[in-house]
Design a protein around this ligand. Structure first.
Ligand SMILES: Nc1ncnc2c1ncn2[C@@H]1O[C@H](COP(=O)(O)OP(=O)(O)O)[C@@H](O)[C@H]1O
Ligand SMILES: [Mg+2]
Length: 285
């Protein structure tokens, strides 16, 4: 019986998330996890690796990342430079092409002697070709290295976890091959549980007041960027560091800015929105 994922003392997994992880592992398909930033997608991969007792290989995708970089990169420029050096100066490296091949994360995952968890983080950051270009390799778990003529084949099919912040739509052919899960923003009860794994000693009164305010802020219409789990954790960390109690959080109304709002509202338009709403509320009294 293989290990199953069910969350941990440091990570709250809702039942539907645990089901999705275990289904993807059973089906041996990549798990595509979507959700707004801060909902625990990256952390999920670390937790799955821990729960299944597997090594984690993390590939963080940037806007310029190409699929080929996950396989390998061939450094033709260094090779050319070395070829201009004489023997003894590094020139002898030239004859061995493997000196100029840098293994990518997929290669590292494939050659690993045990099964690994491979995280492909924020797949939607790269251009639209990126997921399509990886289809073959992820399906067949092998690829060819033209420079050396070798084929790299996975010794054990990795558990692949792919995350997306939903900035771009992903191609259908890619979606078809994945098991999909959307992490919904946690409800009050789940968020309280998440806070407690990070701050086990927090007093219920402070937690209750802070989360009520947090949800009021989050649900304010017209926000450019809704604060998420990571913001509420930062905010509570500050409140605890300043030793503030629920009475210190008292506000004039649900539209006034909370204490230390810089942890929750990350752009001037949103701060301004609250200032305006508070002003309007005051003038109506
Ligand atoms: N379900 C959860 N249980 C415990 N901590 C969580 C959970 N979801 C989010 N967090 C915490 O919130 C922060 C952001 O999580 P992260 O995985 O970076 O989010 P994402 O990758 O979705 O942007 C981390 O500190 C993480 O530990
Ligand atoms: Mg992340």
């Amino acid at each position: 019986m293989t290990a199953r994922f069910e969350g941990s003392a440091t990570y709250v997994a809702t039942a539907d998330l645990a089901v999705a992880v275990n289904a993807a592992v059973t089906l041996q398909r990549p798990l595509l996890v979507k959700g707004e930033p801060g909902t625990g997608k990256t952390e999920l991969a670390r937790q799955v690796a821990q729960a299944l007792n597997l090594r984690l290989i993390e590939w963080h995708v940037k806007s310029t990342t190409k699929a080929q970089q996950g396989l390998y990169e061939y450094d033709a420029v260094s090779r050319l430079r070395d070829s201009q050096l004489g023997p003894g100066l590094g020139g002898e490296r030239v004859s061995d092409v493997t000196n100029y091949i840098r293994k990518g994360k997929l290669w590292q995952a494939f050659e690993s002697p045990g099964r690994v968890v491979l995280l492909i983080d924020e797949v939607d950051k790269a251009d639209i070709e990126f997921p399509n270009d990886l289809l073959q390799e992820l399906d067949r778990m092998e690829f060819h290295v033209y420079e050396t003529g070798e084929t790299i084949r996975a010794q054990h099919r990795p558990v692949v976890i792919i995350t997306s912040n939903n900035e771009k739509d992903l191609p259908d052919a890619f979606l078809r091959r994945c098991f999909f899960h959307f992490i919904r923003f946690p409800d009050a009860e789940t968020l309280a549980a998440i806070v407690k794994v990070h701050f086990p000693d927090i007093k219920d009164a402070l937690l209750g007041t802070a989360l009520t305010q947090f949800f009021e802020i989050r649900e304010t219409a017209g926000l450019k960027k809704k604060p998420s789990t990571s913001e509420v954790l930062d905010w509570l960390k500050l409140l605890l560091a300043e030793d503030l109690g629920p009475e210190d959080l008292r506000r004039e109304g649900k539209h006034s800015l909370p204490k230390l709002h810089g942890a929750l509202l990350k752009n001037e338009q949103d701060v301004h929105l609250f200032e305006q709403l508070a002003f309007m509320a005051r003038s109506q009294r």
